[in-house]
Design a protein around this ligand. Structure first.
Ligand code: C2E
Ligand code: MG
Ligand code: MG
Ligand code: MG
Length: 289
């Protein structure tokens, strides 16, 4: 009995692994098609000054609405794109779309792009991003590139990754360590590369008002980052209590549903709409209403 149960278990396990694998293969095919058919799109989430809540920039976030399965989150399809060899094409598409959009924004508004660690395997990534910015007429100083630890710790790729980051930085862009404090981003990288910004992961920020250890981590991270001369961003700010605490602790910038959700802003006309975008953000200030 034990034996046959064991066999069944194994067969079950195989079947579900196979199913998962064929699902991934199917999704990878669909994703490749979606990219070719222009069915991916970008939304933009504001990053604002903690004190004034004035918008300093937008982070481009990728969206995919599958024709049958509906919205598939990037946490699900980016890994598929990475393993299916699609991430270079998708990354280039994101950079082209987002930079073209940002070129129409006011000049003091930055654009943040997420770079997948896999993209750094491509020699000439920095040169490609420089070319796209040039073709979009976007000053490189308006760009921020967000990376996680997996990007800087790709074993034998490490030196190449650091070189690519350095080139982007020397061309005027800022390099952001994303998701700081999680398994993806840690202290060891802070000593080996001069980041410009550090984004505290929302898993800490989201619970910091009800969970003392998370609050300590956020507070200490702000202090650590400041002493390294970095700009500190808190992601996932959802309520006024969190905002007030981050103000008190001197966090430079905030991003989260309280301040602004990821939205389709690329259609905004330069002047009128922008004053509206800025105003909407400022009404979030607790002392504004
Ligand atoms: P990320 O770069 O850390 O982006 C922040 C994520 O937190 C986004 O999820 C955003 O929608 C979400 N978020 C922002 N504020 C709040 C909040 O107040 N509450 C909550 N609950 N969530 C908030 P999203 O858009 O699902 O993206 C997930 C991840 O997918 C991103 O994490 C990034 O790692 C990756 N990603 C998204 N777009 C791209 C892209 O164009 N290229 C690459 N390589 N990765 C991307
Ligand atoms: Mg990011
Ligand atoms: Mg993040
Ligand atoms: Mg994240």
């Amino acid at each position: 009995r034990a034996k046959s149960a064991g066999r069944n278990t194994v067969r079950f396990f195989d079947a579900s692994l196979k199913e998962q694998e064929s699902m991934r293969v199917q999704l990878a095919r669909d994703l490749e098609q979606a990219l070719a058919a222009n069915e991916l799109h970008l939304v933009y989430q504001p990053i604002s000054d903690t004190g004034s809540l004035e918008i300093r920039g937008f982070e481009a976030l990728l969206r995919w609405k599958h024709p049958l399965l509906g919205e598939i989150p990037p946490d699900r399809f980016i890994p598929i794109a990475e393993s299916a060899g699609l991430i270079d094409g998708i990354g280039a598409w994101v950079a082209e779309q987002a930079m073209a959009a940002a070129a129409l924004w006011p000049e003091d508004i930055a654009l943040s792009l997420n770079l997948s660690p896999i993209q750094f395997r491509r020699p000439g990534l920095a040169a490609q991003l420089l070319r796209i910015a040039q073709e979009s007429n976007l000053a490189f100083a308006r760009l921020e590139f967000e990376v996680t630890e997996s990007a800087t710790l790709l074993g034998f790729h490490r030196e190449e990754v650091l070189l690519a980051l350095r080139s982007l930085q020397q061309a005027g862009a800022r390099i952001v360590m994303d998701d700081f404090g999680t398994g993806h981003s840690s202290l060891s990288n802070l000593k080996d590369f001069t980041f410009d910004k550090l984004k505290i992961d929302r898993s800490f920020v989201g619970v910091m008002c009800d969970h003392a250890p998370s609050a300590s981590i956020v507070r200490a991270t702000i202090g650590l980052g400041k002493s390294l001369g970095l700009t500190i961003v808190a992601e996932g700010v959802e309520d006024h209590a969190q905002l007030a605490q981050l103000r008190e602790w001197g966090c430079d910038q905030v991003q989260g549903f309280l301040v602004g959700r990821p939205e389709d802003v690329h259609g905004f006309a330069p002047d009128q709409a922008w004053s509206c975008v800025r105003a909407k953000s400022v009404t979030c200030a607790p002392d504004a209403g």
